[in-house]
Design a protein around this ligand. Structure first.
Ligand SMILES: [Zn+2]
Length: 115
């Protein structure tokens, strides 16, 4: 597995774990609120507010899971002189294969290096 692909996978797994933590927080708070309602106990504003504690977890987790490629592109910049798989500066490459990760460079890559 290439460096950038591994990085994207780790970001997605972190996002998934965060979203699952958020869902578990929401379900625990919702069950707590529902059980208080069914026992006709008093419940305060703080209990309804606690339902929203999960929002940052689910929000950030969903972002990392589905749109985390932006972070991978920042960590492994892909420019005309960078390997698209690992971001290695491959200026002057003549073999057509990245010397860092071994992935085959796209054909337009070689033309971009002929200056
Ligand atoms: Zn590479």
């Amino acid at each position: 597995m290439r460096h950038k692909a591994l990085f994207k996978f780790v970001v997605k797994v972190c996002g998934l774990v965060m979203a699952l933590i958020g869902l578990s927080i929401f379900s625990v708070q919702a069950i707590d609120l529902l059980s208080d309602l069914m026992r006709r106990e008093t419940y305060g504003y703080y209990q309804i507010r606690s339902l929203f504690y999960c929002v940052p977890y689910i929000g950030v987790g969903t972002y990392l899971c589905f749109w985390g490629n932006w972070i991978a592109d920042k960590a492994f910049p892909a420019g005309p002189k960078c390997c698209p798989a690992c971001g290695y500066q491959a200026r002057g490459n003549i073999s057509g294969v990245c010397s860092e990760c071994g992935s085959v460079l796209p054909p337009e890559f070689k033309e971009a290096n002929h200056e």
